[in-house]
Design a binder for this molecule. Sequence first.
Ligand code: 2M8
Length: 419
Amino acid sequence: MTIVMDRIEALDARAREIMRGNDMGGYTIPTKGLYPFQWNWDSAFAAWGFSTFDLDRAWTELETLFSAQWPDGMVPHIIFHRPDPGYFPGPEVWGTRTDPPTSGISQPPVAAILARRILAADPVAGRARMKALWPKMLAWHRWWRRCRCGHGVAAVAHPWESGRDNCTDWDPGMARVDASGVGEYTRRDTGHVDASMRPGKLDYDRFLAILQFGRDCGWDQQTIVERGPFLMADPAITFILIRAHRDLAALGQELGADPGEIATLEGWAADLVAALPMIWHKKLGAHVARDLRSGEFAPAISSGAFLAWLANCARDEAEARLIAIWDRVRFGIPSSDPAAPGFESRRYWRGPTWPVVNALIAIGMRDSGRDALEARLRRETAELIANGGFWEYFDPLDGTPCGGDAFTWTAAIWLTWAR
Ligand code: 2M8
């Protein structure tokens, strides 16, 4: 499909309008109603999107995100700047007692990867702002190293920390979570969007049980990692973190940071690469999520495996298998293999394709010289958005738009890459 010029301009204008409309002043919400606060990786993508038409606003987005950084370096996954009863679980459920109130877990560390691209748009204008952010990003990366990489590759202590909430990746770990004591609660998400596209009730019970454990131990990271109900190795975050460490190191070079700190970042990336064999699944022939409590692998290859390109860590023997998974759908990389048990083409992270994940995979394809693959992925993602609009995610089989409409990160991905 070729999208004609005036149509592209109309889509550009709509994307900018969505981003401005979701701008709450210094931070951007993912979409009205469903997600009324600042989310971590959504904000990094928003900053990248803003950088195409308002660089100052792009830096402000990252600065607001890092202004909520915890003293231990963690950058929380949600920042509750203003009360809003439309979302559950809100700040009183998380009970972190921070100012501003936040959740108690983190989210995929894409900020350094995208900050590097934002700085490239105007290295002179952005220099001072990136310089001020650099030590904060370093502290966050140190937090990942200290609190989530003790087993080798990067782990998540809650499926929400992965950003790919109900993906088949988390099935083994989630099956072990006892949710019998979570008590009564009312979900808000299913009041905003089609419930059949959201995680199920048992998933939510377990999400809450894991949250309650964290809250009850005062968000003590050592306790969470050693004794929490859920801990799984995440291929996506591992690859993102490898790339992010290297990009932060490169930013450090450019900004004249301490060479010792730059070498530390490069060392952390090398350690993650060295640990990759622990998530290599011989029979499936790809990097696969793994339960760190039981050793069990996830049942299917997910979009996380495709991010090996982003980290320049792809194994040749996986390539044909990954392309075969992609060939099973019409649009974009599916979040889980359609041929494997558990795939659902419209249920959130159990099958749908996500423009943000496609964009990260595409960076890896482009950087590793896989230009034809990158062109195909871009074409398919553009077609989804041009035909369906700026939705949260899409059915990869027939392109049906899913989840929330007028979505910030989909608008950002249109402006930065897909158009
Ligand atoms: C989704 O996650 C939140 C919880 O963090 C939810 O479902 O309530 C995920 O898609 C996540 O990756 C994303 O950051 C968030 C906001 O778009 O929504």
